[in-house]
Design a protein around this ligand. Sequence first.
Ligand SMILES: [Cu+2]
Ligand SMILES: [Zn+2]
Length: 239
Amino acid sequence: MLALLCACWFLVACASGASVGFDASLGGPEEPNRDLRAIVTETREEIARRRREATVLYAACHVQPSASLDTTEPQVTGLVLFRQLAPGGRLDAYFDLKGFPSEPNISCRAIHVHQFGDLMPGCDATGPHYNPLGVPHPQHPGDFGNFAVRGGSLWRYRPGLAASLSGPHSIVGRAVVVHAGEDDLGLGGNAASVQNGNAGRRLACCVVGLCGPEHWERLAQEHQQRRERKKRRQESKAA
Ligand SMILES: [Cu+2]
Ligand SMILES: [Zn+2]
């Protein structure tokens, strides 16, 4: 019987990759299942990570110039990406746009989610701001506010946006619109201010569609590299 128990213990230790030995501090044999338990823990953590990852939603919006714009107008293109880590959670977003007039000073451009994912005959077809709760601007879920444009381009990471990629107020299938002007954030003192922020003409737009994590991972890496380059430039200037 003792021989059988020893044989079983030896097999378990070998299967788990554990070394067979003795722990002097405990005064007995080193726990043979320790590595096995580590494997089980790692497997559980991996399953939990994959479950969490399965609930993450990603969406992409490939921005194109409004089809109704004259070709002499700024031709704004680029990508807006969204990520929702958990159902009901807020959105993180990357905005990466170019084609604005290359002005010497920084300008501000408004970006919103509009009601319809219809881009023809131009961004005007996207209708008013997406406003499922009937509230004034700038309390709409897609009121992303103003974005600084430098040297004709705009790139920005914005966490914690109030919009959603799931549920009854999802912005999937709706449009992101890039405006020519600045959002007055409802402080303009007229009716349009609490509807759309008097943000001016619609330069470019796109339809939000669900996608995999690849775009997000690529842009996150690019933004990290940009931040590092910017930091190095600032450090070399300060030196
Ligand atoms: Cu708008
Ligand atoms: Zn709004």
